[in-house]
Design a protein around this ligand. Sequence first.
Ligand code: SF4
Length: 279
Amino acid sequence: MSYVYEVLSAEFDVTAYFYNPNIMPADEYVVRLNELTSYSRQRGFPLIIEEPDVKSWVHAVKDHKYSGERSERCWICYEVRLEKTFIKAKELGFEVVATALSISPHKNVTKINEIGIRLSRKYGIHFYASDFKKNDGVKKSVEMSKKNNFYRQNYCGCIYSKLERNSESGWSKKSREHRLKNTPLAQIDDEAVEIPFTDTIDLHHFHPADTEILVNHFLDNAVQKKFASVRIIHGKGKSVKKRDVYKILKSHPKVISFRDDSVNWGATLVDLLLHEDAV
Ligand code: SF4
């Protein structure tokens, strides 16, 4: 927030508005609010604090609670908070609304700006569409936080995102299963879950706990796309990932055979059964 304030205050008279019914639990909410309060005092800008309507927020996202970060759950969350900001801006006669959301590398800037522009039309107030990550925004923001000894959050805000930090928790497993079951691949946010639409999957991008679910999903998808042969990159040597991959391949009903990739010894080539009568 501090970096975003510094950028905006070069152009505007800034008033900050804190409406975050998503931040849980209560002690985390208090810590984040206190940080902003002390920064607003230090820099001398007004801060409006809105009572969080947690019940309405939970109700708004309830059907998507297992959808993970950068999903419908977050689009709703952005909208709930941004709409409240526009309502307050209208009430107080402000000319422009901006949001610090886009400074986060975990947020979808396209969605944020889409929602902002839609609300701008609805309330007749200009929206400052931005991506504060640009021009080394994240780096500058981190440096500023360190310099000022600011608290740095280690999860987005809602209790779901806190639980999702532990990729091996029961919540995360349920969430992964839910996403893979309910989201057509084409609709998965490709910056969040990088399952490529090619004949190769590189497991270096993923946590070992996700190997089973990802490889099975990748193989099913490859069969659907009629890839007779695919490559799974797991790393060289006797890696845990390679061992897990072999275990999955041995039991997958569509795998005919598999072998080390002679060009890349950190990968396994897999032949797939595309038609039941092909053997
Ligand atoms: S992960 Fe962040 S943006 Fe998404 S719903 Fe939770 S608090 Fe909102």
